[in-house]
Design a protein around this ligand. Structure first.
Ligand SMILES: [Ca+2]
Length: 311
């Protein structure tokens, strides 16, 4: 079985870092390119985190820096949750030396055109993707977009909106209206897939730089979530989208026509089912939660046990 070629667009972000580790740890995937987008933190912070991660992973994957804010509406970030540095000080690796990086536009285009990726996994606001879809829609003809974002239930920024959808709802609307093949893994399922303290004790991470990052990110998420909702748990929002790319059987999807509210106000970023929408998205409505957590932990534990070159 040949590995599925994927591109990852991301705003690391603690759960993004865990999703990157999960992707690189999964032999079913071949990560051909990575692009960053402002979301959890500034574009400078999330790009540095992506580069630090690549150093830690010892991976030679092109990284492109993307949008520093949404296509429309006011800018937000998640510094109160992920920290201004996007990782609550979790040690990853020495500051990257390979700056300046390429543009997200070039790296994403190369992934789609020359590397012919079969999935684009989007883990943040859809700003970079929407820009490419608008300028070069044919680029996406042979790929499926798998996006962690949105909710049809309760939001985590407002009552109605999930963070990635709220951060750039215009981009969500552009993507929904573009006809790109789309799989959405939203809060409806990701808010039920978590690592808890008991898992962490059982995992028994080795004393390696990679393990320090994985363990540190999980514990930082415990702290952030405890302050946010009172519950010490690390929700695997972004890792779920990675799993949905290569193990869709762990989810149940429904074909839905969706609309995103792209105006300021209480409805900003809200997804709703809209029979008038032109295109159908594949929307995750259920997941095998315990199996997802177990798969994630198994993979990242193995990945973390390697003593990498960088520290
Ligand atoms: Ca993210």
């Amino acid at each position: 079985m040949s590995a599925l070629r994927v591109h990852i667009d991301t705003d690391p972000g603690l759960d993004d870092l865990l999703a990157l580790a999960f992707a690189l740890a999964s032999p079913e995937l071949s990560v051909e390119g990575i692009t960053t987008v402002a979301g959890n933190a500034s574009i400078a912070a999330v790009t540095e985190n992506a580069l630090r991660f690549m150093t830690l992973a010892g991976a030679q994957i092109p990284v492109g820096a993307g949008a520093d804010g949404p296509l429309a509406l006011t800018r937000i970030d998640a510094a109160s949750f992920h920290g201004a540095d996007g990782r609550r000080g979790v040690p990853i690796a020495d500051p990257p030396s390979r700056t300046p990086v390429e543009s997200a536009r070039d790296v994403l285009r190369r992934s789609l055109e020359a590397r012919r990726v079969e999935r684009v996994i989007a883990l943040g606001p859809l700003t970079n993707i929407a820009a490419r879809v608008t300028d070069e829609p044919d680029l996406f003809a042979d790929t499926q977009l798998v996006w962690m974002g949105g909710t049809l239930g309760r939001g985590n920024v407002t009552r109605a909106a999930e963070f990635n959808a709220f951060a750039d709802p215009r981009a969500v609307r552009v993507v929904l209206e573009s006809g790109v093949r789309l799989r959405v893994v939203g809060l409806d399922v990701t808010a039920r897939v978590a690592v808890r303290a008991g898992h962490l004790e059982a995992a028994g991470f080795a004393a390696t730089p990679r393990a320090r990052m994985v363990d540190g990110a999980l514990r930082a998420l415990f702290c952030a979530e405890r302050a946010f909702s009172g519950e010490p748990a690390a929700y695997l929002h972004d890792p779920c989208a990675v799993a949905a790319a290569f193990a869709p059987d762990l989810f149940e999807f429904a074909p839905l026509r969706l609309h995103a509210c792209d105006e300021e106000g209480s409805e900003r970023g809200r997804l709703r089912v809209d029979a008038a929408a032109r295109h159908v998205a594949s929307y995750a409505v259920a997941a095998r939660e315990a199996e997802l957590t177990a798969l994630f932990l198994k993979r990242v534990t193995e990945w973390a046990s390697f003593v990498s070159v960088a520290s």
